[in-house]
Design a protein around this ligand. Structure first.
Ligand code: AHM
Ligand code: MG
Length: 284
């Protein structure tokens, strides 16, 4: 596992450089979800593919930017699922973006086989967060020489102050709208950039709060992808002492992961906000 985290440090440095130096325009390609890919999406995907191919522990890679699964080493023990550049629609306005990695043992992909996760934040600073199942959440900042130095481990408080509600409000259910309104009425502050990596990173580092991306009338299964986005953050939130559930209140780590590009409604938060969500949604 450690060697895959070392690969991710190398990837972080390379993608950070590409963001700063390369063309931000659109490519002439679409990804599996039908989004037109930015040149940077394609470049980030190529950096990750090239780097992970050098590691014999990696058997298979699955990218948000690739239609198909890619076999890398027949004897490799792990499948790495990744979103190379999450939030690429806000990179051109110079907001923070990220890369997300889920490391699964074998090729049965589910919350149970997810053994580790990591994300990189490309912001004013380059940061990395990693977790291995059963261990605390580690946080690193990259220094000028390209070394990732360890910070304090990340733990959520029982209750936070931030509310990051995703999706188009006019398409929310009445239940969801009244739940989100109730948090604001309690004093929660709106913090939403449109990039799940910086939005969740802020909640993790500021002690807690809620990030939600519900099912909406136009996207009943939400927007965020289970293998690349939802499960890696679910492992991180639970390891930090929070919770991660779907709109039926089930642990995200227990949902059926479905097709490689499947999505799920998701709620990540500290214990208090998730208990309020269960109450609002009428979940026992
Ligand atoms: P992307 O993978 O195409 O970049 O989309 C994922 C992003 C997330 O980072 C973010 O939470 C979400 O889309 C924002 O969506 P919305 O603008 O609908 O709230
Ligand atoms: Mg994404």
């Amino acid at each position: 596992m450690l060697t895959i985290f070392e690969n991710i440090k190398h990837i972080a440095l390379e993608i950070d450089k590409a963001i700063k130096e390369e063309d931000l325009g659109y490519s002439d390609r679409c990804n599996a979800t039908g989004d037109t890919q930015l040149k940077l999406d394609v470049a980030s995907d190529a950096i990750i593919e090239h780097t992970l191919k050098s590691n014999r522990l990696v058997g298979t890679i699955i990218s948000e930017e690739k239609e198909d699964v890619m076999q890398v080493h027949p004897d490799g023990k792990y499948t790495v699922c990744y979103d190379p550049l999450d939030g690429s629609s806000i990179v051109d306005v110079n907001l923070s973006v990220g890369s997300i990695f889920g490391i699964y043992e074998g090729d049965e992909l589910s919350g149970e086989t997810l053994v580790a996760a990591a994300y990189v934040v490309y912001g004013p600073r380059l940061e990395l967060v990693t977790v291995t199942r059963g261990e605390p959440v580690h946080h690193y900042k990259c220094d000028r020489s390209g070394l990732f130095t360890s910070q304090c481990d990340i733990y959520l408080n029982e209750k936070g102050k931030l509310n990051a509600p995703g999706g188009t409000q006019k398409n929310w259910s009445a239940t969801h709208k009244s739940f989100i309104d109730s948090l604001f009425a309690e004093g929660y502050r709106l913090r939403y950039s449109g990039g799940m990596v910086p939005d969740l990173h802020q909640i993790l580092l500021k002690g807690g709060g809620l990030f939600s991306y519900p099912g909406t009338s136009d996207k009943p299964d939400g927007k965020l992808r289970v293998l690349f986005e939802v499960l890696p953050f679910a492992l991180i939130f639970e390891a930090a002492g929070g919770e991660a559930v779907d709109e039926r209140g089930r642990r995200l780590l227990e949902i059926d992961s479905g097709h490689h590009h499947a999505t799920s409604p998701c709620f990540f938060g500290s214990k208090y906000e998730i208990s309020k969500m269960r109450e609002a949604y009428g979940i026992a």
